[in-house]
Each structure stands twice: as structure tokens, then as C-alpha cells.
Design a protein around this ligand. Structure first.
Ligand code: XUL
Ligand code: CO
Length: 441
């Protein structure tokens, strides 16, 4: 059966195309740094927003018109699955991602949920045999059901900790079975609402213990996907322990996990933490911990996680700048953790939204690549820090000096002069120029 019968396979038609179901900038075969865009960008569809999401919000009911809406229970799960692989094929995306409870209905009984998973996973495996679309990552939903109200691995209730362990154990088995390239931990309720009732040290120690057990189990069963932590500062909890990349690094180092995990960085989570998307990517990149990306964007006027499809070209350019500088994302990818607006309710919107996101990243990639090739920022930055390449600066960097020598040196300086202007406005104008020129083709 066809769920999206009115849509053909989406193809690259170039910047002049007026076809809403064609790529204008994303040309999967175009080469960047010797690799095709498809290989480089590794786009993924998120199952939850695209197939499970119904358009509800805290004030209103479902709005999404979906061709499988008349099914329920496991029949609905199977219809969604069938529709999803038709969508992947028509969008020509190489990856998808899911939570356990996106692919089967959530039950109060763990055993029943595992049975449901055991029924659906072989079906996914069958689709994977013939589809080019692979599993980028899977994860466990440990935030929706009431049992998680005070967290999962950081819950004050040890039974909840055990339950979470069982789910992640199953998730790793599923990841192995389906060839997942990564496994994600987003700590949906791993945080607190008030310190008045919270033993923060025990909760963080438990989270560290939990991750070690996950690493051990992955080793035991031969799951070799990359573990990823997805930072987010708040929502649904008031404070989330994986606040941002820097906080995540402190956690990983404290608990001896920094060689086992990398980060899955989401644009809208970065902005909620008061950072730019590129800031979070940069922090992860410079410490060799950039693993994967949840590609979306927030609304600067709203203080929550709106998960919009990414269309801001400054943001996609600066994000791709970091990703290209990182040499790509390795086993990671660009997962559209993004949902169509509640008013964009038909299935055409699902296609158009992904096209918008993929084109925005493709364009950002071209601009970023040109900025790197022309060494626009690199040359400027090299010059700005050139005092560290000779004389006292070089001694500092090479560890050949100390406070005695530096003090002696400083006392001899007549007047400190700052020679290099930061030129921020000019650099932004140059960025504009590169963006506009990319539009020109
Ligand atoms: C929530 C969020 C999650 C994670 C996976 O803000 O981003 O969907 O990506 O659990
Ligand atoms: Co996400």
C-alpha cells in the first residue's frame, strides 16, 4: 500500500526550480572535500516528530492528518513503519532515528512492551535489508510515562533505576540487531525541580553508575555504536544535569566516561542554554567530542524547545563550519529533531519541511566550505594570535616560562599596545558576502 501516493521521489533540480517537492541546493552527488553531500551530511529523519507526532500542544488536540490515522495499537505501529520506509525512500535520506516508544505503543507492563518490541524489530530489520536508509541511532523514552516523574537513572526510587536499566539493556540489544551506528542518552527528566527535596550528589553518582553499566553491557553483547549524550539545560525539568556541553564534559571526566561518550548537539537545546548552536559544536569539537547533531532551530522570541525545521542560513553555515572543521561527523549525522508546526497538518508539509532543512544545510555547507577554502577566518585568527608564535608568547605556549620570568618581562614593557582590531563588523559583512555569492551559484 502507498501512503504518500501523490509524491514521487524527491530529486535535485537546482536553485531555479519552483517545484516544492525538489531539492534546490541539496545535491546528494555533489562532492565536498572528496565526499558526496549525502555521505557528508548523513541526514536522518526523526521517527517521533515525523510519524508519531500528532500535533498536540498543552492547549490543543491533535491536528495532523496522516494516512494511518484510522489504525490503533500494534496495527498503527505497523502502518507507521510501512509509511516511514516509503517516506525515507521518497526523501532519499540515508538514516532515521527512534525512541523505543515511537515504534510500539507504551504499556504499563515492561514484559508486554518488550513483546511489542520483539514483534516490530524483525519487521524493521526486514525493511532495512532492502532499503538504503539505515539506523543512525535509537534511544529509550524515559520521560513520558508517569513512572519517570522524578527521573530515570536519577530517580529517588531504586525500582525506577532498575526499570530504566532494563529499557536501556533492551535498547542496546535492538541497536545491535538493527545495526545502529550510535546510541543516544537524552536525560529527559534527569534533573530536579527543587533542591529542597534533592540529593544531587547521589543522583549524579547514580547517573555515572548507570552509564558505566550501559558501557559494560554494550561490550558484553558486542554493540559497537558510539554512545552519545544529548545536553539540554531545562524542559521538562527545571534544571537538567546535562545542561550543556561544558557541563557534560565535566560530568564525563568526573566519572571516567570521557573516552566512552561523545555529544549529540541539538541547536534548540544550545539556545535554551544561552549559547549559540555553533558555540556548543565548537566546545565539543575542540575536545574531540563532537559526535552527532540534532538539526533544528528555536524561536528567539520563545523560551522553550520549539523544534522547528532549520532554515536559518547563518546558523546552518556556522554549524557546518564547525562540522567541516571536525572532518565530518564520523558515525554521527544530522538528525532532523524537528516538527512541522501544528498548522502545517498535511503530509505534503512533511516533505516540504525536510526539503527546507536539507537545502538549508546544503547551502550552509557550501558557504562554510568556501570560507574554509579561502581561509577567511583562519588567516584573520592566525594574525590576531600571532603574538603567541614568537618571543614571550611562544615561550608561554611551549611551557618555557613562569611567573618570575613573565613578571620580569612585563616590568620592562613601556606601554602595552593592542595592535589587532577584532573587526567583528567587517567579518560579519564578509560572511554576508559569502552567503550572497553562494546564492549566485
Ligand atoms: C528532546 C529531544 C529528544 C532527544 C532524544 O528535547 O531532543 O527528542 O533528541 O530523546
Ligand atoms: Co533532540
Amino acid at each position: 500500500m502507498s501512503y504518500f501516493g501523490n509524491i514521487n521521489k524527491v530529486k535535485y533540480e537546482g536553485p531555479d526550480s519552483k517545484n516544492p517537492f525538489a531539492f534546490k541546493y541539496y545535491n546528494p552527488e555533489e562532492k565536498i572535500n572528496g565526499q558526496t553531500m549525502e555521505e557528508y551530511l548523513r541526514f536522518a529523519v526523526s521517527y517521533w516528530h515525523t510519524f508519531t507526532g500528532e500535533g498536540t500542544d498543552p492547549f490543543g488536540q491533535a491536528t495532523m492528518i496522516r494516512p494511518y490515522n484510522n489504525f490503533s495499537g500494534m496495527d498503527l505501529a505497523k502502518a507507521r513503519l510501512e509509511a516511514s520506509f516509503e517516506f525515507f525512500e521518497k526523501m532519499d535520506v540515508p538514516f532515521f532515528c527512534f525512541h523505543d516508544y515511537d515504534i510500539v505503543p507504551e504499556s504499563d507492563s515492561l514484559a508486554e512492551t518488550f513483546n511489542n518490541l520483539d514483534e516490530i524489530v524483525p519487521l524493521i530489520k526486514d525493511y532495512l535489508k532492502t532499503s538504503k536508509t539505515k539506523l543512525l541511532w535509537n534511544t529509550a523514552n524515559m520521560f513520558s510515562h508517569p513512572r519517570w516523574l522524578s527521573g530515570a537513572a536519577t530517580s529517588p526510587n531504586a525500582d525506577v533505576f532498575a526499570y530504566a536499566a532494563a529499557k536501556v539493556k533492551k535498547g542496546l540489544e535492538i541497536g545491535k540487531e538493527l545495526g545502529a551506528q550510535n546510541y543516544v542518552f537524552w536525560g529527559g527528566r534527569e534533573g530536579y525541580e527543587t533542591l529542597l527535596n534533592t540529593d544531587m550528589k547521589l543522583e549524579l553518582d547514580n547517573l555515572g553508575r548507570f552509564f558505566h553499566m550501559a558501557v559494560d553491557y554494550a561490550k558484553e553483547i558486542g554493540f559497537d555504536g558510539q554512545f552519545l549524550i544529548e545536553p539540554k539545560p531545562k524542559e521538562p525539568t527545571k534544571h537538567q544535569y546535562d545542561f550543556d556541553v561544558a557541563t557534560g564534559i565535566a560530568f564525563l571526566k568526573t566519572y571516567g566516561l570521557d573516552d566512552k561518550f561523545k555529544f549529540n548537539i541539538e541547536a534548540n537545546h544550545a539556545t535554551l542554554a544561552g549559547h549559540t548552536f555553533e558555540h556548543e559544536l565548537r566546545v565539543a569539537r575542540i575536545y574531540g567530542l563532537l559526535g552527532s547533531v540534532d538539526a533544528n532551530q528555536g524561536d528567539p522570541l520563545l523560551g522553550w524547545d520549539t523544534d522547528e525545521f532549520p532554515t536559518d542560513l547563518y546558523s546552518t553555515t556556522l554549524a557546518m563550519y564547525e562540522i567541516l572543521k571536525n572532518g565530518g561527523l564520523g558515525s554521527g549525522g544530522l538528525n532532523f529533531d524537528a516538527k512541522v508546526r501544528r498548522g502545517s497538518f498535511d503530509t505534503d508539509d512533511l516533505f516540504m519541511a525536510h526539503i527546507a532543512g536539507m537545502d538549508s544545510f546544503a547551502l550552509g555547507t557550501r558557504v562554510a566550505q568556501k570560507l574554509i577554502e579561502d581561509r577567511v577566518l583562519d588567516d584573520f585568527i592566525d594574525e590576531r594570535y600571532s603574538s603567541y608564535t614568537t618571543g614571550i608568547g611562544r615561550d608561554i605556549v611551549e611551557g618555557k616560562t613562569d611567573f618570575h620570568k613573565l613578571s620580569e618581562y612585563a616590568l620592562k614593557i613601556d606601554k602595552v599596545e593592542n595592535k589587532n582590531s577584532g573587526r567583528q563588523e567587517n567579518l560579519k559583512a564578509i560572511l554576508n558576502q559569502y552567503l550572497i555569492n553562494a546564492f549566485r551559484g
